[in-house]
Write a protein that binds this ligand. Structure first.
Ligand code: ZN
Length: 293
C-alpha cells in the first residue's frame, strides 16, 4: 500500500475514533474517557503531519536540497514524539482533579461499549500501519503506528479502570489507572524521540555498515578501503568510503571497479546512496591484501 494512502486512511479513521470517544465521554462524564478523546485529537494532527511529511519527503532533489527531502520524515517523527508526551501530560493533569475529588460516573456501560468500539477500530488501523511501516522502512509511519498502539493501550487501561471503578464503587481508581497509562504513553513518546534524534545526529547505521563491509570484502580489484561512513536520512542510507586502487590503472579501469561495487551495494541495500572516493596506493591507511579471484 502507498504510504500516502495509509496516512489518508489514518486521518479518516482517526476522526471517526475521536467522535466516538467524545460520545463516550458525554455519555459517562468520565474524566478518563475525556483524556482518551483528547489524545485522539493529537492522533489526527499527527497523521495530517505525516501526510505532509510524506508528500515532502518523496519530492526529488532540487536546487535548494541537493540531497533530497528525506529528513522531512525525521522532523515529522520528532513532532510526533513531542505530541505523545503532551498527551501524557494532559491525561495526568485531567486525572489529578478527580484524584483529589472523585465523582460518581453516569451512563458508564454505554460509554464503555462505545469506547471499546473506537478502540478496536484503532487497533486494526495500528496493526495495518505497523505492517506497512516495516514494509516501507518508514520512521514517520512507524512513529504514527506506535502512537496508535499507545492509544489502544491507554484506551484499554481506561475501560478496565472504569469497569473496576463501577463494580467496586471506587471512583478514584479511574484517575489512578489513567495516570499509569499516561506514564506508559510518555515512555513511548521518549522512545520515538530517541530514535529520531539518533538519526538526526547522523548516527552510524550499524546493520548496514556490516553488510557494506561484507560486500566490499566480496569484491576484488582494489588494494584496501578506509574511512567508511554511513548516516541515515529518512529512509535513505548515505554512505562514503575511500578506496585505494593500483595507481597504474587507467581511469576507465578504476571507474569500472567502483561502478561494479556500487551496483552490488545498491542490489543489497536498495535505499543506499553510495559515494566512493578513488585513491592510489600511497593513501593506504593499512595494508589490506587484494582478494584472490
Ligand atoms: Zn583516504
Amino acid at each position: 500500500m502507498d504510504k500516502k494512502r495509509v496516512a489518508t486512511i489514518a486521518i479518516v479513521v482517526g476522526i471517526m475514533v475521536f467522535l466516538l470517544k467524545v460520545a463516550a465521554y458525554l455519555l459517562s462524564n468520565s474524566v478518563a474517557l475525556l483524556s482518551d478523546a483528547l489524545e485522539s485529537i493529537i492522533n489526527i494532527a499527527a497523521s495530517v503531519m505525516m501526510l505532509l511529511a510524506l508528500s515532502v519527503a518523496s519530492r526529488p532533489e532540487d536546487v535548494d536540497h541537493r540531497y533530497g527531502h528525506h529528513k522531512a520524515e525525521n522532523i515529522s517523527a520528532l513532532v510526533e514524539g513531542i505530541l505523545i508526551i503532551i498527551a501524557a501530560v494532559v491525561i495526568v493533569e485531567a486525572s489529578i482533579g478527580r484524584l483529589l475529588d472523585p465523582v460518581p460516573l453516569e451512563d458508564i456501560d454505554l460509554g464503555l461499549l462505545v469506547s471499546l468500539g473506537a478502540t478496536s477500530l484503532n487497533g486494526i488501523l495500528a496493526t495495518v500501519m505497523m505492517r506497512e511501516a516495516r514494509k516501507n522502512n518508514s520512521i514517520a509511519l512507524e512513529g504514527d503506528a506506535k502512537h496508535l498502539f499507545s492509544d489502544v493501550l491507554s484506551s484499554v487501561g481506561v475501560v478496565a479502570a472504569l469497569f473496576v471503578a463501577t463494580v467496586t464503587n471506587l471512583f478514584i481508581l479511574d484517575a489512578i489507572i489513567a495516570i499509569v497509562v499516561a506514564v506508559l504513553l510518555a515512555r513511548m513518546g521518549i522512545d520515538v524521540l530517541r530514535k529520531t534524534a539518533h538519526d538526526l545526529m547522523d548516527s552510524a547505521c550499524e546493520e548496514e555498515e556490516k553488510l557494506i563491509e561484507e560486500i566490499l570484502d566480496a569484491n576484488s580489484g582494489y588494494i584496501e578501503y578506509h574511512d567508511l561512513k554511513t548516516r541515515r536520512s529518512g529512509t535513505k542510507v548515505f554512505m562514503e568510503v575511500h578506496m585505494c586502487l593500483d595507481g597504474d590503472l587507467t581511469i576507465s579501469e578504476g571507474n569500472r571497479i567502483i561502478m561494479k561495487i556500487e551496483n552490488d551495494l545498491r542490489m543489497a541495500i536498495p535505499d543506499i546512496v553510495p559515494n566512493i572516493r578513488i585513491e592510489d596506493q600511497t593513501h593506504c591507511k593499512k595494508f589490506r591484501p587484494k582478494k584472490a579471484e
